[in-house]
Design a protein around this ligand. Structure first.
Ligand SMILES: Cc1ncc(COP(=O)(O)O)c(C=O)c1O
Length: 379
């Protein structure tokens, strides 16, 4: 049997930490009651577990527990933040701003609002993938109700200047939503200190379960619910909460932050080793600034090769991607790389490496060896 490919796609998803799996275990079929069932003891016990998880998450973000809204992931959190805020503030203004390199779970709700009559500004990024705050300042208008800028890019890993963006939003009276799916669990994040009013995260990006995430909503930020029903989550997100997933989400955040700085240091060294080795093969272009960037991300364009052939060869031994997991289904070149000025052919011949907890030096050496063999065949 062929050996399993080396998994270097941790920005698409991370394995669930066994400690998190253990924390979730009793809540599937032993303590399974609906946390909304307040008429009996098992339901109250489940509600207690959910509230404990809420407190853990809230303490980590430095917000009160009422600020946490549990969702099915970052896609739902982004939709609730963007559509919910714009709908709630419609009478005040109908202009929103986002950035060309955002995840589709931000761009698509923004485009949906545009179809519904909102005015959308999509800001370009500089060649290094970063947003220049001066561009945002120039785009803010008196009727701008929302600015949505991600924390860390899911394809090129660059970290946007959140504090500067938050300060601009504050001074112009616009709400600031931040899709932090790729940063939460990898660095400590205090949204209020950065002027962030709405922050999205997703469990499976930080060694937690898939299908669970959260939206942090700053005090006083009004949101129109996007899921109507039983009125759970303070009426902001109806639907029975999954106790195991919520418990797993909070446990994952604690465990992920516990070794985050050690992981960042170790993976940064491995990533740099990978980058140095790739450069020695020649014809490699880095996508996005090397700093500020997630330590576990590398994204490169390989000159002079056909992207389809490159990826079909790489995948025999490596689990890497050409862009975001969500866009790989469409076969379209990455809109993030196009926004950096890469051509469609260059974008297709690009590779994202997402290192993670399980990545070893031996794996990085084997990756370089396979990459070198593939290139020797293709060039
Ligand atoms: C930046 C970003 N936002 C949103 C999402 C969507 O997250 P989820 O899978 O939790 O819906 C992802 C996942 O790919 C992401 O990387």
């Amino acid at each position: 049997m062929a050996a399993a490919p080396i998994y270097l796609d941790h920005q698409a998803s991370t394995p669930c930490d066994p400690k998190v799996v253990a924390a979730m275990a009793p809540h599937w079929n032993e303590e399974f009651a609906n946390p909304s069932s307040r008429s009996h003891l098992p339901g109250l016990a489940a509600a207690g577990q959910v509230e404990q998880a809420r407190e853990v998450m809230a303490a980590s973000f430095g917000v009160p527990p009422e600020s946490m809204v549990f969702t099915s992931g970052a896609t739902e959190a982004n939709n609730l933040a963007i559509k919910g805020l714009c709908e709630a503030r419609m009478a005040r203004g109908r202009h929103l701003i986002t950035v060309a390199t955002e995840h589709r779970a931000v761009l698509d709700p923004c485009r949906y609002l545009e179809k519904m009559g909102f005015c959308l500004t999509v800001l370009p990024v500089e060649a290094d993938g970063l947003l220049d705050p001066a561009r945002l300042e120039a785009a803010l208008q008196p009727d701008t109700v929302l600015v949505s800028v991600m924390a860390a890019n899911n394809e090129i890993g660059v970290l946007q200047p959140l504090a500067a963006i938050g300060a601009l939003c504050r001074s112009h009276g616009a709400a600031f939503h931040c899709d932090a799916a790729q940063l939460v669990g990898h660095q400590q994040l205090k949204p209020l200190q950065l002027g962030i009013d709405l922050l999205s995260c997703s469990g499976h990006k930080f060694y937690g379960p898939k299908g669970c995430g959260a939206l942090v909503v700053a005090d006083g930020i009004e949101l129109a619910a996007q899921l109507h029903g039983g009125g759970q989550e303070g009426g902001r997100r109806s639907g029975s909460l999954s106790t195991p997933l919520v418990v797993g989400l909070a446990a994952a955040l604690q465990f992920a932050l516990f070794d985050a700085s050690e992981r960042e240091q170790r993976l940064g060294l491995l990533r740099d080793q990978l980058w140095r080795g790739l450069q020695q093969l020649g014809g490699m272009q880095l996508n996005g600034a090397l700093q500020p960037r997630l330590a576990h991300n590398l994204n490169i364009t390989v000159a002079g090769v056909n992207g389809t052939r490159l990826h079909s060869n790489l995948k025999k031994r490596l689990a890497v991607s050409g862009g975001s997991a969500c866009s790989s289904a469409t076969g379209e070149p990455s809109h993030v790389l196009l926004a950096l000025g890469r051509s469609r052919l260059e974008a297709a011949a690009s590779v994202r490496f997402g290192l993670g907890r399980s990545t070893t030096e031996t794996q990085i050496s084997a990756t370089l060896e396979w990459f070198s063999q593939v290139l020797a065949n293709l060039r």
